[in-house]
Design a protein around this ligand. Structure first.
Ligand code: GLU
Length: 466
């Protein structure tokens, strides 16, 4: 999941675009690029590897302009080279894309047949050519965007510039997140509110199928049927401070040390420590009807699912299978009455997990989701939302989000066992009591680790002397 930033302003944007990309670095990437329009010239700089490479290019060959788009790429189609890096451009269109265009092969054949020449191996570039062809056919940018989006299958978010409309940025989202930020006399697009945190905290979350047209002082939003819509601007809590490292050497260290607090916050949402009971948020279905559980996730969240499978089977005596989300929809899983599908995703946007969730909903299963971002697509689409309260996780290797997932899953296992009549009040109280002791135990473990770290230089010196 890579990053998008767009800025339309009265001031030069290149430095801020790169700064925004730095804020999105935590999502991982293999190359980066930016494009601006200035005095009728639409130009771009792209570089494989770290953002420092792009920043160096910009020092040697700066990009003026008060409107621009930027991207960190995590290659899915084509190697991480300069030619494949975004933005992708034609004569009059330039765009960046997160996600995958599933039908790009057919679309490539179509634009090649229309006489266009492609200069990358990506699934993305074809979209720029479709827009260019629509413009050549007389479409306005609005009409070109609306028509082109309807041609695309897959998951995407886009930021798009049109050379002859140097005061307008378009954005679109389906399956990949995109937010709009409102500044003073300027507007922003971003993959998430964290990327925009230094610029503005007034954020609107686009919904599935939405597209937007931004100028310095206007926001026009449209839904998947091209009807005007309003998505509310809220004040985001993703302040720049939340994602500063403080005194820690790196984000992962900071997030490791946040665990006692965020696990306590998370458990606090599911346990009543005085009554020593679990208290799940409003249930849209009866857990007593659950006959089996499929846990569906990717990466670290999948590992949390593996751990939880022990608890669910041991406590609730319900059979559990663990499913890799990237395989799930393709292998046509068997659905039965009494099937509960439990999805786990830190961001709530993991494309494969989201597609699997929709598959399970369509298959008539009970659907629950453990997610860390309450505004995410999975949080909105699931039947039962089981939030973690880990706060933003910037480190690429998951720490606090993983332990918060475990906290929620442990509470859920007790609730399921209780509903299935497998755990009586005394056992529930014992288990809840044990869980309430976890944050303090984590704190002790971290203090030991700090003590060992503090001793490290002395030990190293001792080793040298010996
Ligand atoms: N599928 C596109 C590519 O490979 C975008 C990947 C991304 O989300 O960064 O270029």
């Amino acid at each position: 999941m890579c990053g998008i930033i767009g800025i339309v302003s009265g001031e030069p944007v290149a430095d801020r675009l790169v700064d925004g990309l730095r804020r999105l670095e935590y999502r991982g990437y293999d190359s980066a690029g930016i494009a601006t329009i200035h005095n009728g010239v639409m130009d771009r700089r792209r570089a494989p590897g770290k953002l420092a490479n792009l920043a160096r290019e910009l020092v040697l060959d700066p990009l003026p302009g008060s409107i621009g788009i930027a991207h960190t790429r995590w290659a899915t189609h084509g190697a991480p080279t300069r030619d494949n890096a975004h933005p992708h451009a034609t004569e009059n269109v330039c765009l960046v894309h997160n996600g995958i265009i599933e039908n790009f092969k057919a679309l490539r054949a179509e634009v090649l047949a229309a006489g266009r020449t492609l200069s990358s191996d990506t699934d993305t570039e074809v979209v720029a050519h479709l827009l260019e062809l629509a413009l050549a056919g007389g479409a306005t940018p609005d009409a070109a965007v609306a028509a082109t989006l309807k041609r695309l299958h897959g998951a995407f978010s886009f930021a798009i510039l049109f050379r002859n409309h140097p005061g307008v940025i378009y954005g679109a989202r389906r399956g990949s997140p995109l937010v709009v930020g409102r500044g003073d006399g300027e507007m922003f697009l971003g993959s998430d509110a964290l990327g925009l945190a230094p610029f503005t905290n007034r954020i609107a979350y686009l919904e599935e199928g939405d597209w937007v047209r931004l100028t310095t002082d206007s926001v026009a939003m449209f839904d998947a049927n091209d009807l005007p819509v309003q998505r509310a601007f809220i004040t985001s809590s993703a302040s720049a401070a939340v994602i500063e490292k403080g005194n820690h050497r790196h984000y992962m260290e900071k997030e490791i040390h946040e665990q006692p607090i965020v696990v306590a916050q998370t458990l606090g949402a599911y346990l009543d420590p005085l009554a020593e009971t679990v208290a799940l948020p409003g249930l849209p279905f009866d857990l007593a009807n659950v006959k089996r559980v499929q846990i569906v996730a990717c990466g670290t969240a999948l590992l949390a699912g593996h751990v939880a499978s022990y608890w669910l089977e041991q406590l609730a005596r319900v059979p559990v299978s663990i499913e890799n989300a990237s395989e799930y929809r393709y292998r046509d899983p068997v659905y039965e009455d009494g099937g509960l599908c439990l999805f786990i995703s830190q961001s709530g946007e993991t494309a494969d997990t989201l597609a699997a969730l929709r598959h399970a909903l369509a298959g008539g299963q009970m659907v629950a989701a453990v997610v860390n971002v309450a505004t995410s697509t999975m949080a909105r689409e699931t039947q039962l939302l089981l939030p973690t309260h880990a706060g933003p996780e910037v480190g690429v290797a998951s720490t606090k989000a993983f332990t918060c997932q475990l906290a929620v899953l442990a509470a859920f296992a007790i609730a399921l066992a209780k509903a299935k009549g497998r755990v009586d009040a005394a056992e529930e109280a014992r288990l809840v009591h044990l869980l309430t002791e976890v944050p303090a135990a984590m704190n002790n473990a971290l203090k030991c680790e700090d003590a060992i770290a503090a001793l490290a230089p002395t030990l190293a010196k001792a080793r040298d002397i010996l």
